[in-house]
Write a protein that binds this ligand. Structure first.
Ligand code: SF4
Length: 403
């Protein structure tokens, strides 16, 4: 659904005024939650905000199997065995921000930075298209003069010629710029708030445009008002308190869903990798068990939302979490600028990936596990059989449909 007719809702009327009240509700529900509350929440057909907080509590950590069962059933009911595949495409890594946890920040001393030209973007698109993928997510650093809205819109236009879905994971834009990028061919946006704790956010982002917590917080709302079909929310787990950040991610999604009922809501669950941190910053590790609790609680609270798990996680974890709520996976990933068309990317990669499976390996492994890899937003008539992936790939090649 397009929301282009909706007027932009100003920041004063955005999610920020709700945030403090939600934080109080979360703290109170968490402190009071016991095993009986967890079981009562899981017995409900539809979970409310308080139930969600209960499922994120330490008490629910002791009921992980019950959470996993509910998450598995919800995932099967809404998504069956279809799992979408996509790849991120890094367009440039110039950045004017100073996020203290990022080795690529403006003061890091990294000299070798670049941004792809339109011809290079096309070469990347061709290489990615050849893998069979039809969904792509474009990423840039925060450098308005080099990779600003004009650049992003031009890149989206190049990619929309081949791909059925072009997402953006770029710095916060104005509603007008989101509208321009949408008209150029992008259909969804991903925005990681990093952390929903404003004090921690201020400490982690000492300089640069990203320092503006409220402007970033309302970026998904501006994108939805500008006509984006989908928004994907998330926090970088490990920066602060994972329970609070997951809860607030869910509240943010609920807020957007109420304002834009036709909006496709999704989540990503990135866990910070120690290798990507910089300087004196020390992450707050999120254990595998905590990670599973975060995923399953989110799935129980928002059963219809897509949940993305990137190649930051190991192949083992990604495979194991498939039944519990993960519905979209990246595959065949290069995090270097220009890393698909040339063996040696133009720059250092921003962070190392763990799951290094190619697209075809990922698709084959999904099939072995009983899932159906989906490369595009559309399905073949009569789809539903597990061997469909091969037919789907052939059909994609035969039609040449890109969007
Ligand atoms: S996290 Fe992103 S915005 Fe922040 S310094 Fe690194 S590249 Fe720039």
């Amino acid at each position: 659904m397009q929301n282009s007719d909706n007027a932009y809702i100003p920041i004063a009327d955005g999610f920020a005024p709700e945030r403090a009240g939600r934080a109080r509700l979360f703290a109170e529900s968490l402190a009071a939650a016991g095993p009986g509350d967890v079981r009562r929440a899981l017995d409900k057909d539809v979970l409310n905000e308080k139930d969600f907080a209960v499922l994120l509590s330490p008490a629910a950590g002791g009921e992980l199997e019950a959470l996993a069962r509910r998450a598995r059933d919800e995932t099967m009911r809404r998504f069956g065995r279809a799992r979408q595949l996509f790849a991120p495409l890094y367009l440039g890594n110039y950045c004017t921000n100073r996020c203290v946890y990022c080795g690529f920040h403006a003061g890091s001393g990294i000299k070798k930075r670049s941004a792809l030209t339109p011809e290079e973007i096309d070469a990347e698109a061709e290489a990615l298209y050849a893998t069979g993928l039809r969904r792509v997510l474009i990423l840039t650093g925060d450098a308005p003069k080099r990779t600003g809205a004009d650049y992003i819109a031009a890149a989206a236009a190049v990619l929309a010629r081949r791909f059925s879905s072009v997402g953006i994971e770029v710095p916060s834009q104005s509603v007008e710029d989101y509208a321009r990028i949408t008209r150029a061919g992008a259909d969804s946006m991903t925005m990681f708030q990093e952390t929903y704790d404003p004090e921690l956010y201020a400490r982690l982002h000492p300089a640069g445009p990203k320092r503006d917590f409220a402007y970033r917080l309302d970026a998904p709302q501006r994108a939805a008002a500008a006509g984006m079909r989908g928004v994907n929310l998330g926090a970088l787990l490990g920066l602060g308190d994972w329970r609070g950040d997951i809860f607030m991610t869910g509240m943010h999604a609920l807020f957007l869903q109420r304002r834009f009922p036709g909006l496709e809501i999704g989540f990503s669950l990135p866990r910070i990798r120690p290798a990507e941190t910089a300087g004196a910053f020390r992450p707050s590790p999120v254990s595998d068990r905590d990670f599973v609790q975060a995923l399953t609680a989110l799935r129980c609270f928002m059963p219809h939302a897509c949940i993305t798990l990137s190649t930051r996680e190991s192949a083992f974890m990604r495979d194991k979490l498939l039944p519990l709520g993960v519905t979209r996976l990246s595959a065949g990933v290069s995090t270097g600028v220009g890393g698909y068309a040339r063996p040696e990317p133009k720059n250092n990669v921003q962070f190392a990936i763990d799951d290094k499976r190619s697209v075809s390996e990922m698709a084959a492994d999904l099939e072995k596990l009983g899932y159906r890899p989906v490369f595009s937003d559309w399905l073949l008539p009569g789809g539903g059989d597990l061997p469909l992936a091969g037919a789907l790939r052939n059909a994609v090649g035969a039609t040449g449909t890109g969007g």
